[in-house]
Design a binder for this molecule. Structure first.
Ligand SMILES: [Zn+2]
Ligand SMILES: [Zn+2]
Length: 152
């Protein structure tokens, strides 16, 4: 058993933007983890749905270059990478002491377990994991039908 002078033994979770300049870290477990289907989140990320995790501001810190921040509506602050523009965080006056982070920016986004949806009424109806469409591995290049395989 090791002794620590700081007493800090909590695990850290880290994340970063697409270019790697903007980085974050928090300790302990997220307070919640969900999907948001609202139009603002969707447009901010240009993604059909956004996966979020909520942490306490006291357990959170930016560790890379300073983020840029845009007030998207009164009291709502959206943080993004100054270099590559990746959305990185959300803070709002109506969520005091909280920092919302994008699950997809985690170092290992696979280590995320969403437990609920919000704004489900705004979901895109074409988005759904349960459908009968072909499932391709790899990129779009692998999803193209072979020549002559069209309908008819
Ligand atoms: Zn970046
Ligand atoms: Zn939203």
């Amino acid at each position: 058993m090791t002794t620590s002078t700081t007493g800090t033994t909590e695990t850290s979770t880290r994340g970063h933007c697409m270019c790697g300049q903007t980085r974050w870290e928090f300790t302990g477990a997220p307070k919640w983890a969900c999907y948001c289907h609202c139009d603002d989140c969707r447009r901010n990320c240009a993604a059909p749905v956004v996966a979020w995790l909520g942490v306490t501001r006291d357990n959170f810190r930016w560790t890379g270059e300073p983020v840029r921040t845009r007030q998207s509506s009164p009291g709502v602050h959206r943080h993004f990478c100054a270099e590559c523009g990746s959305p990185m965080g959300f803070e709002a006056d109506h969520y005091p002491g909280g920092m919302h982070l994008y699950a997809a920016s985690m170092e290992d986004p696979g280590q995320f377990t969403p437990t609920f949806h919000v704004n489900y009424q705004s979901r895109l109806t074409w988005l759904g994991p349960e459908d009968d469409l072909p499932k391709h591995e790899g990129t779009l290049l692998h999803a193209r039908p072979s020549p002559g395989a069209g309908p008819g």
